[in-house]
Design a protein around this ligand. Sequence first.
Ligand SMILES: [Zn+2]
Length: 91
Amino acid sequence: MRAERLVSTAAKNLAIRAGELTYQGNPCKNGHDGIRYASNCRCVKCAVDDALKQNESRKAKRIAADIDRVARQKAMQEPDYSRLNSLWLSL
Ligand SMILES: [Zn+2]
C-alpha cells in the first residue's frame, strides 16, 4: 500500500472516530481537492456533481412528460373535425 493511501486511510479512521462526516483524503481522479465522505471514501464534490446531473436528468424527463401530457389533453379537447364533417355530410 502506498504511503498516500495509508495517510488517507488513517485520516478516514480518525474522522470516523471523531464522528466527522468527511475527511481530507487524496485528490480524486477528477482533480477535486480530496474532501471525502468518511463512510464510503467517496469524493464529496463528485457526489454533488452526480446528484446534480441526476436531478437534471429527472427534471428533463419530468418536463418531457408534462409536454406530452399537455399535448394529449389538448388533442382530447380539440374537436375531431373529420368526424364532424362526416356527421354534417350525413344530414
Ligand atoms: Zn471528485
